[in-house]
Structures are given as C-alpha cells and as structure tokens.
Design a protein around this ligand. Structure first.
Ligand code: SF4
Length: 360
C-alpha cells in the first residue's frame, strides 16, 4: 500500500495491495481497545461524504497514515451498506468520485506544467485509463476521442443534452470530447466503480462490530437535519456565505465544485426545487441550467433534501465563509443562521411572491 493508493483507494491496484498485505478486515473492525485508525477514518469518510459531499479528511487537522487511508475505503463501503439512510450509497459514491476528480485534475495539471509532485503520489492520465481498462478506448487527437460504445456506457451517468450522441462529432467510431469532458467522463467511471456492488452483504460478525459506528453516523445525520420548518424563501436573510455564492452565480461566474455543492445543498435543504433554484440563480444558458438541474436532482428525493449543506467549519476551510456577521458568532451551520434570521425577523414576504427579484 502506498500513498497513491491512499489518495485513490478505488484503484484496482489499491485493491490488490490490500489483498497482498493479507489484512483481515474483520480483525481490524472487531479489535479490542481504541477504535482502529482505519475504522475511525472510515467513519469520517462516510460522514463527510454524506454531509459535505467530499471524501477528504475532516477539517479539524486529523490525519491518518497510508495504511489507514487505504483500508478506510473498504470499511467505509461496509458502513454505508449498513446505514439506514435514504440515498446513502448514491451520495457516498458521488462524494468519492468528486474527491477523486479534484485530485486527478490537479495531478494532470501539475504533470502538464511539469511540476514535481511533493507527495510522490500523482496519478497520470495513462495510469487512470489503464486501471479502468480504457487505454484502448480513449485516443488523443487535437483534443480527445472516445470509442462510441465506451462513450455511450460512460454517459449513462451524466445528464444534459450536450452529451447526447446526436450533438457530438463522430468519426471512425470515435466521439470527439474536450479534455474537460474526458475528465468528467472519468469522474462518472469512478462513481460507477465506487457504487458497484453496493450495498454489500456485510458478514454478521463485522456488522455487529460496527454497530456503534453506524449508530454514531445515523445520529449525526439527524443532528444536521434542520430543514423541516423552513418553507420561506427570503434571500435577503441568507447567511453572508450563501448570499455571496448566490451573487457570484447571478453574475455568471462559475463556482468551484465544493462551492456549487454548498449553495445547491443549502437551497434544496430549504425546500427549493430545480425550477426555483434556476430562477433564483438567474441561470440563462442551457449548459449551466443542465448542470445545475443535474446537481439539484442528485441532491433531492421527491419530498425533501437528502444532503445537508456543509457546516460553517467546512465552509471556512474552503474559503467560502465570507464576511461573517454578528449572528454568525451564535451558530455553527448556515441553515441554523437562516432559521434564526427568519425567527428574529418575523413576517417576511416570500421571494417567490415578490415582483422585485433582487436579493435584498
Ligand atoms: S459563519 Fe457560517 S453562516 Fe456565517 S458566513 Fe461563515 S459559513 Fe456562512
């Protein structure tokens, strides 16, 4: 097990490394005394995936060694299989894929700029393609091309008219894609691999040993559920962080993935559907509308928000906590801020009933 496996634990080579190391996961999970680091990281992996949409380590500075990082992945897959939480598998796979995407695009960019990785754990495009048996199906041309059969199976996990075959350039059985589109297709390939076979049938002795961890995770989702009582849309009362992200979107700026996740999770958590979010964000182009709609549909089920948005600590860590005000000092979550602001303000006109659609 090496640091590349720790950053990309879904790789086939990581699975082989675990097998070669002859590790007994049941022993790790059921061990006496303190919780094994791999179990602790597995719990954090699932918690962050389901609450923050990322599989990165928590923002409190805790870090784990290479073996614990690698082993936390199969443990997280067992934990997510044992959870009684709607959509847990999809959310988990999506968060692992989002984190992988952030890491491999950084690695590819560093390689293109000929920067030396300080981690010694960079993934190359060739390695990733080979790990997913895609070396023969992806060719480098002016941009890139993907064999049509492979293209069709990869776009199954992607929404949006831009991906329909009729809208693409196709020659000699190869579909032209840009570099960014290839990366997006690789993200969906990672997501499909992470979700494959989930939920697992977890052996009883391991399920029993993970009882406490599963209960702990389920209670943290309950704690994060603020959304029942909020049915008023008053953007002027949003916390400063969400106002700032919303203004950026309205100005046509592209948000970083984690920022877009935070904003859409916040808006779905207060009950907005895709159409209302598109109207509030003043989305004007079809491609941005497709992307946002896709994101929102993944965040909602038919009745309620599935994901709580990130906490203030996560938003601060990502640089999305902007100009916090006095109310911010009294809360730890942007939804709690909004609930409090609504309570303290009394009667407000719902933005959906207003003629003036400015945010204030
Ligand atoms: S403290 Fe929390 S609610 Fe306030 S701006 Fe920062 S992240 Fe948003």
């Amino acid at each position: 097990m090496d640091s590349l496996h720790a950053r990309y634990p879904f790789l086939a080579s990581a699975r082989e490394a675990v097998r070669d190391a002859n590790v007994d996961l049941a022993e790790i999970v059921a061990g006496e005394g303190d919780r094994h680091p791999a179990v602790e990281r597995g719990v954090e992996r699932v918690r962050r995936a389901l609450l923050d949409g990322t599989a990165r380590p928590p923002e409190d500075g805790r870090r784990w060694g290479t073996a614990a990082e690698v082993l936390s992945y199969p443990i997280a897959r067992m934990l997510v299989s044992l959870l009684d939480a709607p959509g847990a598998v999809e959310k988990y796979a999506s968060a692992e894929a989002a984190t992988a995407y952030e890491r491999f695009t950084e690695d590819f960019e560093a390689a293109a700029g000929d920067l030396k990785s300080t981690r010694g754990a960079s993934l190359t495009l060739d390695t990733l393609l080979s790990d997913f048996d895609l070396s023969e199906s992806v060719v480098e041309r002016d941009d890139f091309g993907v064999a049509v059969g492979t293209y069709l199976s990869l776009v199954e996990g992607v929404d949006g008219d831009d991906w329909r075959l009729v809208t693409r350039r196709l020659s000699d059985g190869v579909v032209a894609v840009s570099e960014a589109e290839l990366h997006e297709l690789l993200r969906t390939a990672v997501e499909a691999r992470v979700a494959a076979d989930l939920p697992l049938s977890v052996p009883e002795e391991i399920a029993d040993a993970l009882d406490e961890e599963v209960a702990e995770l389920e209670s943290s989702f309950t704690d994060a559920d603020f959304s029942h009582d909020i049915d008023t849309l008053a953007p002027g009362l949003f916390p400063p962080c969400m106002k700032h992200l919303l203004s950026q979107v309205r100005d046509g700026e592209a948000l970083a993935d984690h920022s877009e996740f935070a904003l859409t999770a916040f808006l779905t958590s207060i009950g907005l559907d895709a159409g209302e979010i598109l109207a509030l964000c003043e989305v004007r182009t079809a491609s941005r509308a497709d992307r946002l709609r896709y994101r929102v549909e993944r965040l909602r089920d038919e009745r309620t928000a599935q994901y709580a948005p990130p906490s203030c600590a996560s938003l601060q860590a990502y640089g999305d906590c902007v100009e916090p005000d006095e109310r911010c000092e009294t809360i730890r979550h942007p939804l709690a801020y909004y609930e409090k602001a609504l309570d303290e303000t009394g009667t407000v006109t719902d933005w959906r009933d207003r003629e003036d659609t400015r945010l204030a």
